[in-house]
Design a protein around this ligand. Structure first.
Ligand SMILES: Cc1cc2nc3c(=O)[nH]c(=O)nc-3n(C[C@H](O)[C@H](O)[C@H](O)COP(=O)(O)OP(=O)(O)OC[C@H]3O[C@@H](n4cnc5c(N)ncnc54)[C@H](O)[C@@H]3O)c2cc1C
Length: 414
């Protein structure tokens, strides 16, 4: 990966980007197949798995020594304390290598849960649940979506939490709880119609921490996704009792906490997409430069030149939108319109770039020898996860019209 200092950026961010690129180029890309092959190849021996595990631990140690561990968390909680914008600039570099984020201590959905525990958790909850996530001794999931209700409208959820003495009693049916099978605890979105709680409809939701070994937490299955069993779990909560102190934040703060989590999460997804598009682009260029067809190199065919130019434009626009949005978030401005625009545009652009890279590589493009298949599936999935495109389009239009009726046209400079 070719990463050079960017003249307009402070030295600190440039240094982080260069250090990250060094680890990606020297430690991760040359070992990519060894590091992750066990995930898709059932023939990998125990010995090979152990040596891959050791390699991953060695790389993590190097990341920590370079001061790059857990960029999304403050130093007090084991992270390297980057702000949102710094993280955006770092992330486009680390996402170049598929799977590298976990070697830098950023693993979804743990990372989103860490941010929520940081913002809404008590000191006690942070010690009990956040610190072990950062140390890698626990796993977690976020359990909001339900099979029988529209995930696009999170206020429609039916899972309830009823207060009995010092306990919450939870009943409901969730699915697509990522990491749900290996999780030690889940943050569960519940409807808590507490008569003394807030009355508005957003105020009916509360997030509650549920250890997965609590009686009544029934993991039904890992749902098959894109033809493979996954760790996205279907879970039935059947009279699950947890102490009242497992409630995260105030009663009724669950909707806001989910918005906080998803807002930042959407930008992180787009930062990842930019890094992965960059990789797909480099792969496409490499193949175009060397593959001969019909008496000439692919790079000299106008169809392929069109692929390269269109992909260049897709990446530049996606990257600039992502940086702009991260700047807005960093400045504390209301970035909801930018986040929605980004969440629609970037996954689509990512799909287009990967699709072209696959086309240029021909049959090799759809094999496990290249990371393009996983990228293609990931890009497509992103168009519906964390809010499908349609919902974000509605939000953009509403915000623009609101601004219009408030007497101002949209200010694209801010
Ligand atoms: C790989 C993966 C991982 C996930 N991980 C998690 C997780 O960890 N935790 C969790 O809680 N959830 C998770 N989800 C669930 C995800 O957030 C939901 O799938 C998403 O919010 C959409 O909800 P839904 O599937 O119920 O679709 P629905 O809400 O039923 O929507 C279906 C379709 O209807 C259309 N639509 C929706 N609203 C409108 C509208 N107003 N106008 C026009 N069209 C509309 C859209 O095209 C949408 O795709 C995950 C999903 C995937 C695929």
């Amino acid at each position: 990966m070719n990463v050079q200092a960017i003249a307009s950026l402070p030295d600190k961010i440039n240094q982080i980007r260069l250090l990250t690129a060094e680890i990606i180029n020297k430690e991760i890309l040359p070992n990519e197949n060894t590091l992750w092959r066990w995930r898709r190849d059932g023939t990998v021996s125990e010995k090979e798995k152990a040596s891959a595990r050791k390699l991953r631990e060695d790389i993590k140690e190097k990341v920590k020594q370079a001061g790059l561990w857990a960029p999304h968390l403050p130093e007090d909680y084991g992270g390297c304390g980057l702000n949102f914008l710094e993280h955006a600039y770092m992330n486009e570099v680390l996402a170049y290598a598929v799977g590298a984020a976990s070697l830098f201590g950023v693993v979804a959905p743990n990372s989103g849960n860490q941010k929520i525990l940081l913002k809404y958790g008590t000191e006690e909850q942070r010690k009990k649940w956040l610190v072990p996530l950062t140390e890698g001794t626990m796993q977690s999931g976020f359990s909001m979506t339900e099979p029988d209700n529209a995930g696009s409208d999170p206020r429609s959820i039916k899972t309830t939490a009823r207060r009995e003495g010092d306990e919450w009693v939870i009943n409901g049916h969730k699915w697509f709880t990522s990491n749900g099978i290996s999780a030690d605890f889940l943050i569960v979105m519940c409807r808590t119609d507490d008569p003394t709680g807030p009355a508005d409809r957003n105020g009916k939701m509360t997030q509650i921490i549920v250890p997965t070994d609590t009686p009544g937490v029934n993991v039904i299955r890992g749902i098959e996704v894109w033809g493979r069993t996954s760790d996205h779990a279907e879970i039935i909560y059947d009279d699950v009792r947890v102490p009242a102190e497992n409630q995260l934040g105030q009663t009724g703060s669950g909707h806001q906490a989910a918005q906080d989590r998803l807002g930042a999460g959407r930008v992180y997804h787009c930062m990842n997409s930019v890094g992965q598009m960059w990789r797909a682009f480099d792969l496409m260029v490499e193949r175009a430069a060397t593959r001969e067809v019909h008496g000439g190199l692919l790079q000299d065919k106008q169809f392929v030149q069109g692929f390269i130019a269109d992909s260049y434009i897709d990446i530049q626009t996606s990257r600039l939108m992502t940086i702009h949005c991260a700047e807005q978030m960093e400045s504390g401005a209301d970035a909801r319109t930018e986040i929605s625009a980004l969440k629609i545009y970037v996954p689509e652009a990512y799909s287009r770039v990967v699709d072209r890279a696959i086309q240029v590589w021909g049959a090799a493009g759809v094999t496990g020898d290249l990371p393009l298949v996983g990228m293609y599936q990931g890009a497509r999935t992103l168009r519906l996860a964390d809010g499908p495109d349609e919902v974000h389009k509605i939000l953009i239009a509403k915000n623009v019209m609101k601004q219009h009726f408030a007497g101002g046209s949209w200010d694209f400079g801010n």
